[in-house]
Design a protein around this ligand. Sequence first.
Ligand code: NDP
Ligand code: ZN
Length: 358
Amino acid sequence: MKVLALMEPNKVQWIEKEKPTAGPYDAILRPIAIAPCSSDVHTAFEGGAAKPAGFVLGHEAIGEIVEVGELVRDFKIGDKVVVPAGTPDWRARGIQEHNFKHPEGPFSSFMLSGSRDGVFAEFFMVNDADNNLAILPEDVSIDDALMTVDMVTTGFTGAELADIKFGDIVCVIGIGPVGLMAIAGAKLRGAARIFAVGTRPDCVALAKQYGATDIISYKEGNIAKQVLELTNGRGTDATIIAGGNAETFALAIAMTRFGGGNIANINYFTGTEYLPIPAAAYGLGMSGKTIRGDLCDGGRVRIERLLDMIRYGRIQPGKMVTHRFYGFNKIEEAFYVMRDKPKDLIKPVVYIDWSKEK
Ligand code: NDP
Ligand code: ZN
């Protein structure tokens, strides 16, 4: 089969690879819509996690099942399914310790394009199909559904890790698709005021639609200072990091209130050995601020719940799709668009109709 693979850092190319095989609980899928992610870009071009030569990128997909293992109960060939970015082995020991994201070691739920070939391929394998696939509902669009697998679940994980409560003052740093969904999540959880940090005009416009009350530019000076000024020195109740660099991590801590403030990181930091904690702003170690950071929630139920939120009008994540490509071969172009981030880009999607592929 044909795949778009990472050969070495900064070098992506089409190669032939063996079609994957399914174990008794697994399924083999053909992608019918995929989206490149900023995380694929970090991995391929920005010094992210090292991968073996010929490793297949991509972890955001809707697919059609072409093969199921003999112990799969709930899915059959021909089903159109939404595939979460996180596909834990639900039989792993760590699951019984409620460790759903790293149950067998760091990042072990992040299989597609993490520990195993991803979805930029004619076929890909999903482990534990009954627990890691969700049927694509007829009344949910491809764009909306595809955004749940990573963007919505990650942004919402940010809002959950930040433990947002009714009336909270929140700052979301970064308003790419992940930060936009963190804003939507913060609003749904009852935030009163939501600062949004970013500059691209289309992202700013959507940030306001999704619930941002104030826009802050990191290009116009220290963002912690700006937030502290706008809150009369108090700072935020919760700060979600969904963009920026190591310095941003320090600024997030600095803008969050002493005594109960939460900092939630969902950003993928590359090019730094350490993440800085500013001693004074962290109360010389005694600030009462909590820092959390994690991968997105994965698995079937998470996605089914997010699809329900779309069906009942709570979220409209498909609005983030700005660039559309048609045909399997367009994955490469879409990936470069994601890397180069033109000003009007929020999220690219590639649609694949196999009846039209040669
Ligand atoms: P984008 O690149 O689309 O957005 C990044 C945002 O950060 C933009 O709004 C950008 O502003 C802003 N930004 C850039 N530099 C700074 C800075 N110095 N200070 C403050 N803001 C800044 O990224 P995505 O939304 O696609 O992804 C966000 C992050 O989430 C990535 O690191 C990605 O790898 C990670 N991720 C994590 C997952 C997880 O499971 N935890 C899952 C999926 C993604 P501007 O408007 O000016 O461009
Ligand atoms: Zn991703």
